[in-house]
Design a protein. Sequence first.
Lengths: 489, 148
Amino acid sequence: VLALIVVLVGVNGLVAVRAAQARNEARAESTELRAVTADANELARELVDLETAQRGYLITAAPRYLTQYADVAKVTDRILAHLDERVAARPALQAPLQDLEEALDRWRTHAEKVEILARGHGLDAAAAAVASGEGSDLFDAARARASELVTTIERLADAARQESQHAYDRFVRVVAITLVGVLTVVVALSVFLSRWITRPVERLASSVERIGTGNLDQQVDVSGPAELVRIGSAVEDMRERLVTQISQTEQAAADLAEANAELETFSYSVSHDLRAPLRAIDGFSRALLEDAGDQLDEVAQGHFARIRAATLRMATLIDDLLQLSRLSRMAPVLGDVDVSANAQSVIDDLRAAEPERAVEVTIQPGLHALADPALANVVLENLLGNAWKFTANEDDARIELVGEGGAPDTIFAVVDNGAGFDQAYADKLFAPFQRLHTDREFPGTGIGLATVARVVRRHGGSIAASGQVGHGATIRFTFSPTATLEPRP
Amino acid sequence: MNRRSVIVLVEDSDDDAELTLRALRRNQVGNEVVRLVDGVEALDFFCATGAYQDRDAGDLPELILLDLKLPRRSGLEVLEWLKADDRYKEVPVVVLTSSIEQRDLEKAYALGVNSYVQKPVEFAEFTECVAQIGMYWLLVNRPPTTLS
């Protein structure tokens, strides 16, 4: 493109320079020709003087006319010589000048013959020669030739002026064409740049923006200059990889969801199918006791009681397991939970179930949490239920619920002065089926704390237990993902 | 209580059926109980087709106790048929099931079940539960039409 501009400007520059030269030459020629015209006009005047001098002599025969004639003739010759020089380079003028010179020579030959005649034979003979009109004719012819020369010169001068004008027009035209040409090239260049670079860059930019906003459906347009094609291809590769990875992730999520749904169905089936035989065991044991109880001794009746207790324990286990598995898959729906009020309601239920127990319960008022209300209740029921259960053997049973820090980063603690546990087993507390007491000491399934821990972790929170055998337990927990739970010394 | 009124028990488990019958008897419910073992038999009975083609289809039971997990046609299918039928839709249907599955619960209520009860494992509780169902639906509740 630059070469095109250079060539265009170069060629047009040459043409313009030549046009300018031509114009200068034509103007110089025109000036020169004006000088030639002046010479020619002077010559015409000198011719008149020459003829006047000749005629004066013929009329008066005074010798001063002859002198004058000779002087004028000299001037005439000088002008002619001058003209000869000037005309040498101009063939168009050579012929008329030659004609003039010849005509002048003929007249001068004649005039000098008449003069000689006048000198030798007297003026009468000369008068006769004059009267013949030959001299007059010849002089007229010379003058006519002179004016022809002037006319020719003026014509040439006109032509030179015209040439100058034409050269000037040409120069202007070439400059204009050059300007238009350069302008066209520049416009074409900008259009080209726009088409070939700017637009692909814009397309690429909007593609990248689209990908940035997560719209990965449209392919990236890879066109334009090589560098853009490389960038575009890289972006397109990236997009394809993203699409692949996202579809893999979505597939994995779908598989997981399907597995979860299957697990749920399985859990319910298991729960249903395990509960049905338990109901039969309990029901028919009871029926047997009712129908034939009087035929059984105390030992046999005790065995039936054990069968039924075991049956109910298994039913509780199934229910707890089902709840644990359900809570594990449930996404918490967060809301404001009045922890103090809910805890009080749990304690009220516990007191109602065992009105004979005297437990001193302290619940810090105004505790709130950002948690799923139903799940938060599961946590409180299990923790307070545990505290209630493990303080059963204490004479001055005490249960305390406290909170440190404002909601939603509150760290809660359920403190009791019950049986406690060995701190060495603190980690095992939150695993399913892990029990630190025999069923005879404290009944339970070992799923409660596992459920609590799972609920807390589903919220992004954390939980820790500390205790000492015979000196109670403290379970600290928070629903907040940002609160840190430092283990207590 | 009308002596001719019938309770239909749709239950695949013989144990559960026996326990339910025992619980009903314990609670002095004297109604005739027709026990049907699966969804297909239940639909045959209600439509008076197949083994029950001699039955008068207009002879409506007073209460239907329906298990959900049934072989062949499920309890929900039976419920759907009952609640879509012009005559049967007024007969109270109590779902008696071993486990409460949220989807089943929602579906059953969407279909128009009258009550949904989980069978307790402990027989004493189970007996109490059946007694309450019988008491409520046979004595307390008033159906739109008087069955005779």
